[in-house]
Every structure is written in C-alpha cells, then in structure tokens.
Design a protein around this ligand. Structure first.
Ligand code: BYC
Length: 320
C-alpha cells in the first residue's frame, strides 16, 4: 500500500487493501478500516435482522398458552425465548459497528426500520406454528447459513450460533407437519391450509427478485451475501417441494413445474404488489405488530430505569 506525501494512506489504497482482504476470505473485525458504505450496509441488515427476531416472537408467542399439550408448550416456550436471544446477539453485533441500541430500537418503534415481512401475517390455528417452524425457520436457516460465511466477523459468528439453534426450530416444525400429515383427515387438511397460507409469504422472505434488489450487488461484492435472493429462494423451493410431496401435501402454486433439463422445480410468479404493500406497512398485521413492540418497550421502561439507577449507585465511591 503506497503512502501519500503526508504519510497517510489514500482512501483508494485503503479500499484496495480492504477488497483484497475480502477476496482472500479474511474476516473484517470491528477495529479494522472499512468503507463507510460497508459499515452502513451491515448496520442496516443486522439491525433489521435483530428486529425480525423480536417481531418474529409475536405470531408464535400468541400460541404458548394454547399449545395442545405440555411437551409442545415447552418446545414453543424454548423456541420463542431463543428468538429473543438471537435478537440480543444481533443487536450486539450491530453495536460493534457504532450503532446504539436506543437508536436501533427507536427506528423499529417509529416505523423507519424494516423487519421480515412474513411476521405481518396471522397465526390462525396451531398448525400455523408447525408450518412456521418448518417453512419460515427453514427459509431463515438457508439465508443464515450463507450469512455465517459473511465477511464481517461478529455477524458471521453470531450466525453460526443462531443457525445451530434454528436447526432445532426447523426440526420441531417438521416433526409436527409430518405428524399432522399422517394424522386424521381433519389434521391433514388443517396443515395443508396452513401451508397454503404461509407458502407465498415464506418465498417473499428472500427479498425481491435479483433484478429489483438494489442492495445485492454491493453486498455480494463485499462478501456480506455470497448468494442472491433468487438463488436462495430457488434452493428453498427445491428442498421443500419434494419433501412436502412425499407427505402427500402440496404447495399453492398452479404454475409450479419440474424442469427436466435442469432437474429442478420452478415456481410460478410471486405477487410483488402484496410484498411491497406489506414491507411498506400495509400488511394484515403490521399495525398490531408495531403496537405490541411499542407496548413491550413502554412496559419495560421501569426495568431499564432501575438498571441505570443501579449502575449509577454502583459507580458511586464507597463512603469511608
Ligand atoms: N421483509 O435490496 P434488497 C427469523 C427490503 S427472522 C421486509 O434485496 P437485501 C425468525 C430490504 O430491506 C430472519 N423487507 O435487500 C425469527 C430493502 O430495503 P432497505 C430474518 C425486505 O438486504 C423468529 C428492500 O426491501 N432474516 O429467522 O439485499 C421466528 C430491497 O431489498 C424483505 C434476516 O433479516 C423482507 N422479506 O436483501 C422465526 C436476514 N426483503 O433496507 C424465524 C438478514 C427485502 O434498503 N437480511 N426487504 O430500505 C438479509 O439477508 C437481507 O437483508 C434480505 C434482503 C434477504 C432480507
């Protein structure tokens, strides 16, 4: 790296060194030089990911008190609690980039920040919990396994841990779907209805088509994403469709077809108008989800105040 006359390295030289590190597959760590756009992209993605974990607790959390038996209740309690933990790891990862927890929280509560669109749909009965576990967590794992290899060290390490836990989430959902698919005709119908409701919102989780994905080129260039939205969505469809068919279940896509030449399933068109409506705040439950988060924030105010007061008291010099 060449120095300028004043002994400083130029931004071009720093950028070249940074991109060479990415090229070699090195992790970028918090104290390292990074372009401002890289830092901003990571704060955007990691904080939105953290918000998704917290808002994602709501659709399933609503079923904890109505779980059909004690075993299912214990599993669901543990899962919802795990999602809160994932939110914590992710907020911490974003803090290493200089984002403050307060600012990230306010961005969610006042509607400036996005979170995964899928959590704005209702959970109408218990089989929704099963289908969220297999489909929604399954889609999240596919995306997060990629992010576990991302170029930013703290995000990548958080993803390794989160993926290990998400693996259990997916398995418990899959186990329930299998059980209900092999249960009574009414159970099979219920689980099929839930798949019909969650299939398209799950495919939308991967984000807009590559041609509409404004962030992907920069994220791929800097090793934050290593696959595009459409590539991951395609992998998901090809894993899930045969697995559901094997259980005598189907997906609600009349244009789904098998491409013999490429040996893969190809989906019909996604309703992108619906996707953007939900992302922009006009989905079935956007208002309820944000109200629930605002209430939780308000109800937790006394805990935050007590913690600050305790820390201040502990910082006082002890009287002789
Ligand atoms: N929902 O340029 P694009 C979980 C936004 S939670 C809402 O393709 P990018 C779980 C996007 O933000 C798992 N917004 O963006 C928890 C962008 O707007 P901004 C959540 C979406 O970043 C509880 C604009 O559309 N996972 O596992 O290249 C229970 C253009 O998109 C969505 C993550 O957050 C969407 N679905 O790709 C169960 C993973 N899609 O920000 C399970 C981390 C796109 O420019 N995030 N938008 O204003 C990512 O991997 C990527 O950010 C995305 C989008 C694939 C989501």
């Amino acid at each position: 790296m060449t120095q300028q006359a004043n002994g400083q390295y130029s931004d071009e030289a720093r950028m070249a060194k940074f991109e060479a590190r990415i090229e070699r597959g090195e992790k970028i760590e918090p104290g390292d030089w990074m372009p401002e756009a890289y830092r901003q992209q990571l704060i955007r993605m990691i904080s939105q990911h953290a918000h998704s974990e917290l808002v994602g607790m709501l659709p399933e959390g609503a079923w904890i008190t109505r779980a059909p038996n004690l075993r299912r209740k214990q599993v669901l309690l543990a899962k919802v609690q795990d999602e809160a933990g994932h939110g914590q790891y992710l907020y911490h990862a974003a803090e290493t980039l200089g984002a403050s927890r307060e600012e990230m929280t306010m961005a969610l509560l006042d509607g400036r920040a996005k979170y995964a669109s899928v959590f704005n749909y209702p959970t109408l009965n218990w089989t929704d919990v099963a289908v969220i576990g297999w489909l929604v967590d399954g889609a999240a794992i596919m995306n997060q396994t990629m992010l576990a290899r991302c170029s930013y060290g703290p995000y990548s390490r958080a993803m390794v841990r989160i993926c290990a836990e998400e693996g259990f989430h997916k398995k418990q959902g899959q186990e329930m779907v299998i059980q209900y698919a092999q249960g009574t005709p009414a159970q099979k119908q219920m689980v099929q209805d839930a798949i019909n409701r969650w299939w398209w919102p799950t495919l939308m989780m991967f984000g807009p088509h590559d041609s509409e994905s404004k962030n992907t080129p920069q994220l791929v260039r800097w090793g934050i994403k290593t696959k595009t939205n459409d590539e991951l969505r395609h992998e998901f469809v090809n894993e899930l469709v045969p697995a559901l068919h094997a259980l005598g279940l189907s997906v609600p896509d009349p244009e789904l077809c098998y491409d013999e030449a490429n040996e893969c399933w190809v989906s019909g068109p996604i309703d992108w108008d619906e996707f953007w409506r939900v992302v922009k705040g006009d989905g079935p439950l956007n208002k309820e989800r944000l109200t629930a988060r605002r209430d939780a924030h308000e109800n937790g105010r006394w805990v935050r105040e007590a913690l600050v007061a305790y820390a201040e008291r502990e910082a006082q010099p002890v009287a002789a």
